[in-house]
Design a binder for this molecule. Sequence first.
Ligand code: NAI
Ligand code: MG
Length: 398
Amino acid sequence: MGNKSIVIMPGDGIGKIVLPEAIRVLDAVGFKANYIEEDIGWEFWVKEGNALPQRTLDLLEEHRIGLFGAITSKPKAQAAGEISPELQGKGYVYYSPIVGLRQHFNLDICIRPCRSFKGNPLNFIRRRGDGFEEPGVDVVIFRQNTEGLYSGVEWTNPPPGVRSALETHPKMARFKDVPGADLAISCRIFSRPACHRIVKEAFIYAKKFGYKSVTICEKPNVIRETSGMMGEEAEKIAPGFPDIQLWFTNIDAQMMWLTKNPEDYGVIVAGNMFGDIVSDGFAGLVGGLGFACSGNIGKDCAVFEPTHGSAPKYADLKPSIVNPIAMILSSCMMLDYLGEVERANRIRNSIAAVIEEGNVRSYDMLRLPGGPGVLSQGASSTKQMTDAIIARINSGNL
Ligand code: NAI
Ligand code: MG
């Protein structure tokens, strides 16, 4: 049997820098794949009026697994202004290609692990009466990726049929005198199968990796219908996993507690918006964007990506200074997905060893303002960080 084919989509800015670094690390652990590079991002919006060309969708249709760097997105009006002159005024509308990928392939579960590495100077610390302590964070967020407030069903000035349907709800009475042009509505839509699937997958993950709790992080006391449905599904699924506790938190309280006792949490499930918020919150405790990895997982297709964007400020710096670890950890998630857990762990252990040793640190780890000067202030380049991780892999000393 030939090697697995993987669609690689570097995208824009630092996506083009960090993705090849991850492939160097995959090579170093002996993972063999046939990488097929395909187009995505700003360049293709400007040239073709489509940031997510059909050829990219076709290739992913065929191979069902992708590794993605980052893209540049701009607001609609700015995007329309930057499209190439021959395409202007022809009705092209900019859509985020990564949101497009999630929707097209129904990548409905976004997994965002937030694990602290010992010795990372960016780790969260907590003051105690007699000094400081550094709780180890090991939280995995399951964010519903295709529904909720990001489902895209929204209007300013809703059409009359929508408005009259809404007015059948008694709570709409307070908006009855608001003119249509002054009324903006974004629907929060949850479907039972999607709630069921994400909670079930979260429990399966918790069981597989030994987490003691699954927390549903929503707001059912106020957002009764949608948050309520997620809770109902959780109550149905939890009894099948007697060794794992089911907890409920409200998103607002969770954001407070995550800096009080982050070590108490294991797997967290949330809808799209709250999942985005709570995962950024936890990512901030374990190093931020340079460390935040993710997987977008559908029933038969998956795309792995760092959480960060294209960081245009740093895209053209030579040598590059950005931290490749978020991208490398995303590729480890891809290995896990492919059943290559031993290789994934070898990479993660190498990253852990490099961080704990502390000789090689990217500028973000040193809390330096980014720029070409950071290398003379003790920061490592992107390549030096990857090289250190690879050297550790090659040493076999993990
Ligand atoms: P960003 O994530 O690209 O960068 C924000 C800041 O975080 C950077 O200026 C840098 O200080 C730091 N940073 C990001 N990645 C880093 C890394 N690997 N190592 C060290 N530091 C890192 O977000 P920003 O500036 O808000 O957006 C830039 C562009 O990226 C925009 O066009 C935005 O739409 C797009 N974007 C794309 C995403 C994606 O492709 N999934 C996600 C977020 C933003
Ligand atoms: Mg976000």
